[in-house]
Unconditional design. Structure first.
Length: 138
């Protein structure tokens, strides 16, 4: 079976990325997770959660976005200047232009609302991410 490469991108405190990585590592085999935080705190949280590799900042996102099979994060990772300015236009361009399949969690804190999405807890959204990822790789 092919090793699947995933890029998990998170900012702020890295809590969502941490929860995603823990769940993916628990439920899916043959996954290599690279965690890239928009800041060192987010990166550290994701590395402690079990990421196989980690890096921090704009260049790390730009470099890794085109080298993975999937990119996972919140909707803010494709919105320039979201997360209180932690996500730069260069980051969003690299993520959006990447051939990787994106699986995003809807967050309405980035001045964006995705209609048709029912409100749910973060745990429900994280389970849905892993379920969707499983559909693609298993």
């Amino acid at each position: 079976m092919k090793l699947i490469n995933i890029l998990v991108v998170d900012g702020m405190g890295g809590g969502i990325g941490k929860a995603l990585i823990e769940r993916i590592k628990t439920e899916l085999p043959n996954i290599k997770i690279t965690a890239v935080g928009t800041n060192a705190i987010a990166t550290t949280a994701m590395l402690k959660a079990g990421a196989d590799a980690s890096a921090t900042g704009e260049n790390a996102i730009v470099y890794n976005a085109s080298r993975v099979d999937f990119i996972i994060g919140v909707t803010g990772i494709i919105i320039a200047n979201s997360m209180y300015g932690e996500v730069s236009p260069k980051m969003t361009k690299a993520i959006s232009a990447s051939p990787a399949h994106k699986i995003l969690i809807p967050i309405d804190k980035c001045n964006m609302t995705v209609v048709g999405v029912k409100p749910a807890s973060m745990q429900v959204f994280i389970k849905e991410v892993v379920d969707k990822l499983s559909e693609y790789i298993l």
